[in-house]
Write a protein that binds this ligand. Structure first.
Ligand code: PMP
Length: 323
């Protein structure tokens, strides 16, 4: 076996990757998340309209990003790009990194992550608990700065790393095309009429929208973004001022909504207080957007994504506001 790039205890050598992929329990727990009825949050109840949230916070790594991380790792193993002696490296605002770190711990490969220094403390702590090495980048450059840092390191030492590059890796959106999108069709028995979700790497929006439109070209797919470059919607991008991910396909969007940080935070509080559903702020943004779409309908089934668990943001102040 080749030596590893990071020192590990002698009692815990890198396990053979391929067999472990089938054995690791966390891997089998990814996906098949339930839909939660969010209709009670609508300002006006209409009998023919319902709003459903895909409970992605129930994935073992606590977020929607378990799905693409697993798919990118699987494809890396299959192609040989991820093999013994190589370190997985990528730029991530947090959740993909947590998923990579979880998979690295379960399957036995080292993980190095670049993320903006202002990512929540819970996230950074969690990444270190799973055993990942962190490179903290300039918060003013958001995840774009983290991407640049990773590219520089990979260019300097290409044989040392497996670089999935989630912003440009088609396995990212395919995980949602084959997973999340199919599950939404099955769980709504094909009744879904609208899909609303925020844009980060854009993998969720692109993969799910492609799958839903293939099943029914009348499904309306609505993307959602923060209303300004400086925002508090962790995981989401303000595309006009960001590096546009290579996997993004603007043609899939029938409409695009903007959400303020305050509106997203208020909806995140309502989800916890009125429904007992504890999600992060991008989940709140998605639900705010889905309810706006539902307001315009007389009949329809609107599906959105509850991207990650609110447990990841417990130290943030916005929970303390009254309404
Ligand atoms: N919400 C959160 C909390 C995220 O971490 C991400 C991933 N950046 C998203 C939303 C957006 O998902 P995607 O990358 O698939 O666009």
């Amino acid at each position: 076996m080749m030596p590893t790039t990071r020192s590990r205890p002698a009692t815990s050598p890198i396990r053979p990757l391929q067999p472990a992929l089938h054995d690791a329990d966390v891997v089998r727990q990814i996906g098949q998340t339930p839909l939660i009825d969010l209709t009670p949050l609508a300002p006006r109840r209409k009998p023919g309209v319902c709003v459903l949230g895909k409970a992605e916070f129930m994935n073992p790594g606590g977020s929607v990003k378990d799905r693409p991380a697993l798919r990118m790792v699987q494809e890396g193993l299959q192609s040989g790009a991820l093999r013994d002696g190589r370190t997985l490296i990528d730029a991530t605002s947090g959740n993909t990194g947590i998923a990579y770190a979880m998979l690295g711990a379960a399957l036995g490969f080292p993980v190095t992550l670049a993320l903006p220094a202002n990512a929540s403390d819970e996230r950074k702590h969690l990444l270190r608990i799973y055993g990942a090495d962190l490179i903290l980048t300039d918060p003013m450059e958001s995840t774009d700065g983290a991407q640049r840092e990773v590219k520089e390191r990979v260019a300097a030492e290409p044989d040392r790393y497996f670089y999935p590059d989630q912003y440009n890796n088609h396995a990212n959106w395919r995980a949602h095309y084959d997973g999340t999108g199919v599950e939404i069709l099955e769980q709504t028995e094909g009744a879904v009429t609208h899909f609303v979700t925020g844009l980060g790497t854009t993998g969720t929006f692109v993969g799910v929208s492609r799958r839903l439109k293939e099943a029914n070209p009348d499904v309306r797919c609505v993307s959602l973004q923060p209303d300004s470059p400086l925002h508090g919607l962790e995981g989401l991008k303000h595309l006009p001022t960001a590096l546009v991910p290579g996997i993004y396909d603007a043609d899939l969007a029938d409409d695009n909504l903007h959400v303020t940080t305050e509106a997203a935070q208020a909806m995140t509080r309502r989800l916890a207080r009125e429904l007992g559903v504890l999600v992060g702020v991008s989940g709140g943004a998605n639900v705010a957007g889905a309810l706006r779409v539902a307001e315009t309908l007389e009949t329809g089934t609107v599906v959105t994504i509850l991207c990650d668990t609110g447990m990841r943001y417990l130290s943030e102040d916005f929970w303390n506001q009254a309404a």
